[in-house]
Ligand binder design. Structure first.
Ligand SMILES: Nc1ncnc2c1ncn2[C@@H]1O[C@H](COP(=O)(O)OP(=O)(O)OP(=O)(O)O)[C@@H](O)[C@H]1O
Ligand SMILES: [Mg+2]
Length: 250
């Protein structure tokens, strides 16, 4: 049984289908990479899964429950977590406070900010900070973090809410090579215990983290397999990867 399943997913603007009868199954504990050229429909697919955009047709199910027509906030409550490209951290708060606020979103908003010293919550905050490599920055304000660290904080803020599936759109965008590598290590450590769907263009990063890879092209499913299978697929090479097996778009 797939944890996240998408069947016949379609998003049309007038006559133009930007996602076209797309199928995808992501299993529990899997880290799936979603690749494709610019405009392939990757971000739209994530938007349809999270409910940010409405599907024209098709079915989305999470843990055997059809959520296709659910509003965004109910999907979040049902276990969909998403990291957006633009950081949404509170700059004036510390790493610890940001994680605490995110943690308390899963409980009651009224408790928010009043439970900063709550023991169980703080244990969890430290645990997640360690997972995303920010254990030593807990007392630093978010505004003092580098771009990469800010992205990791955001990943932590999604993780701390214990989503069943975590969706990420180009998590390494704007990162240095070193930050990108460290992000790969963070993702690798999440494998097995977390279920992730990651959109990326950076092929070095994809090679570092990939298990199964799905490729989209013009809204449609193009290929699926291991990274080696994908890199040797002639259609994938033609539409997405250059001769040297590099993404031709970045
Ligand atoms: N509101 C809209 N109206 C019409 N077309 C749209 C709209 N929003 C997106 N599109 C089109 O949908 C297609 C898919 O866009 P999407 O952002 O999902 O692609 P992507 O695979 O995420 O690309 P990238 O790699 O550049 O991020 C694009 O051709 C885009 O121009
Ligand atoms: Mg996109």
């Amino acid at each position: 049984m797939a944890l996240l399943e998408v069947k016949g997913l379609t998003k049309a603007y007038d006559q133009l289908k930007v996602v076209d009868t797309f199928d995808l199954k992501v299993h529990q504990g899997e880290l799936r990479c979603l690749l494709g050229p610019n405009g392939a429909g990757k971000t739209t697919t994530l938007d349809l899964i999270t409910g940010r955009q409405k599907a024209t047709s098709g079915i989305i199910s999470l843990n055997d429950t059809v959520i296709t027509h659910w509003p965004e906030h109910l999907r979040v409550r049902h276990g969909l977590g998403r990291k957006f490209q633009v950081p949404a951290v509170f700059k004036g708060l510390t790493v610890q406070q940001n994680l605490t606020v995110a943690h308390n979103r899963t409980t009651s908003p009224i408790r928010n900010m009043f439970v900063l010293r709550d023991g169980a919550a703080q244990t969890r905050v430290r645990q997640v900070a360690t997972q995303v490599g920010l254990a030593r920055r807990l007392r630093d304000k978010a505004e003092e973090l580098s771009h990469g660290e800010t992205q990791w904080l955001e990943i932590g803020m999604v993780l701390i809410q214990n989503p069943q599936v975590l969706l990420m759109d180009e998590p390494t965008a704007g990162m240095t090579a070193q930050e990108t590598y460290k992000t790969g290590e963070i993702f690798n450590s999440l494998k097995g215990s977390h279920t992730l769907l990651v959109v990326e263009h950076d092929m070095g990063f994809v090679r570092q983290i990939a298990e199964r890879v799905t490729v989209m092209h013009m809204g449609r499913f193009l290929a699926e397999g291991t990274i080696a299978e994908i890199e040797n697929d002639s259609e994938v090479r033609r539409v997405y990867l250059g001769k040297e097996g590099k993404a031709s778009h970045a």
